[in-house]
Design a protein around this ligand. Structure first.
Ligand SMILES: Cc1cc2nc3c(=O)[nH]c(=O)nc-3n(C[C@H](O)[C@H](O)[C@H](O)COP(=O)(O)O)c2cc1C
Length: 425
């Protein structure tokens, strides 16, 4: 008898075909969490994505075997999208000297290796394109002795403290470099760098691009009237403050395939409502921005928060950010905007929570009706993004499925390791 182990297609080496991608539901009528979602030409087999996580481990911007092992471990265990950490579009846009980058062609190859592998497993790769702005040139957090503090990476530590730039010459806070106010040339350079990095990401074979406009990094700081005090066409009014972001979105959308999903991560509020500042970037500002996004080709808003101010004030509880995602989703729906998907992120660690955040009503994917079994809770998002729980449990997708009683595909090599029925998982 001759019988060959079927190979994964389009892969430069033999690896067994995964006929059904890991993380796909095998049970009938699974909860929405384990139903596919199609965005443009890309279909995700479930609604659980790995959020971008900096690891401060790159070699002059190049991903290494660490990233390959780290990111692929989530992907082949069934996360339907794994997003590469904040990847800088310019050398001076790295948070730390060891950040990932995509400002030069030699950085394409390690990303392509990862994309090829994930594709061989039937999984999808995203990348978050970023510029750290006034929060650039910092030491990796574990090198800082005092917890919660920051230390500038000096030139001796491969930093660039004299080439840090931002919307205005306002330092983020103690332990951060003093930024210069970006010139018209700096602005053109940043816009071009986002466009060129997006092209490189396409060349590397990524499936999804996310623009990082959250956590006080460059694009986030331009949105806020507290950190953006410019007097040109990029400062002052709401329309002026969002201008740089919109220019970048347009440039990226023009150079990526029309079938490729484009995501945007924002800080939905900078948590400065109680600061006494006359105006800050808040949830209302995000809703106003969100309404403009579908026409620009943004498919999904990834709703994060904070990071733009030292004085931010908020009390995190499990759903603090997920509730904002729900608020934005409802506001869009009420305004008839149904073509911007919403991603919820932040402290999602439990199977039931993940399930109820994305659970749809009977009318289908954009039906926000209340769910009786969830005590009147509304659908809050279309996908969940999860960061720290994947560091603790790379097999979190399998655990969630098991806890919800959903049978899902495991990688063929791991089939003998599936959780046994009745085990206490
Ligand atoms: C180690 C680590 C690195 C992170 N790096 C990034 C990043 O590169 N880009 C980003 O937008 N958010 C980053 N975040 C934030 C996460 O993507 C996520 O929004 C946050 O951790 C909340 O989700 P969680 O409660 O599931 O961890 C990082 C978080 C952690 C823990």
């Amino acid at each position: 008898m001759s019988f060959k182990s079927p190979a994964a297609p389009n892969t430069p080496y033999f690896t067994p075909a995964q006929k059904t991608p890991a993380g796909a539901a095998l049970s009938a009528n699974p909860p929405t969490l384990f139903t596919p979602i199609k965005i443009r030409d890309v279909t995700f087999q479930n609604r659980i994505w790995v959020a971008p996580m900096c690891t401060y481990s790159a070699d002059n911007g190049h991903l290494t075997d660490f990233h390959f092992s780290h990111l692929s471990s989530f992907a082949y265990r069934g996360a339907s999208l794994t997003i590469i950490e904040a990847t800088s579009v310019l050398p001076n846009g790295r948070i730390s000297p060891e950040d990932s980058g995509l400002w030069t062609d030699s950085q394409i190859a390690p990303i392509k290796r990862l994309a090829d592998f994930l594709h061989s497993q039937g999984q999808k790769l995203g990348i978050q394109l970023a510029h750290a702005g006034r929060k650039a040139s910092m030491m990796a957090p574990w090198l800082v002795k005092e917890r919660g503090k920051s230390v500038v990476a000096s030139e001796d530590a491969n930093g660039w403290p004299n080439d840090v730039m931002g919307a205005s010459a306002i330092r983020w806070g103690e332990g951060f470099a003093m930024p210069r106010e970006m010139t018209a040339q700096d602005i053109r350079d940043v816009v071009n760098a986002f466009r060129d990095s997006a092209k490189r990401a396409v060349a590397a074979g990524v499936d999804v691009i996310e623009i990082h406009a959250a956590h006080g990094y460059l694009l986030c700081s331009w949105l806020s009237p507290i950190s953006n005090k410019r007097t040109d066409q990029y400062g002052g009014s709401f329309d002026n403050r969002i201008r740089l972001l919109l220019e970048i979105i347009k440039e990226i959308r023009e150079v990526i395939p029309s079938g490729m999903p484009l995501l945007l991560r924002v800080s939905s509020t900078e948590w400065m409502e109680k600061s006494g500042e006359p105006e800050s970037w808040d949830v209302e500002s995000t809703i106003r921005l969100a309404k403009i996004l579908p026409a620009l080709g943004v498919d999904l808003l990834d709703v994060s928060s904070g990071g733009n101010n030292e004085q931010q004030a908020f009390s995190p509880y499990n759903d603090y950010q997920v509730d904002i995602a729900g608020q934005i989703r409802s506001a869009l729906y009420e305004n008839g905007i149904k073509d911007l998907l919403i991603g919820a992120v932040g402290m999602i660690t439990e199977a039931e929570a993940a399930k109820s955040i994305v659970q749809n009503g009977k009318e289908g994917p954009r039906d926000p009706v209340e769910i009786e079994s969830e005590r009147g809770q509304k659908t809050k998002a279309d996908v969940v993004l999860v960061a720290r729980q994947f560091l603790r449990e790379p097999e979190w997708v399998f655990r969630v499925a098991y806890r919800l009683g959903v049978e899902v595909q495991w990688p063929v090599q791991y089939l003998r390791g599936k959780f046994l029925r009745g085990s206490n998982i």
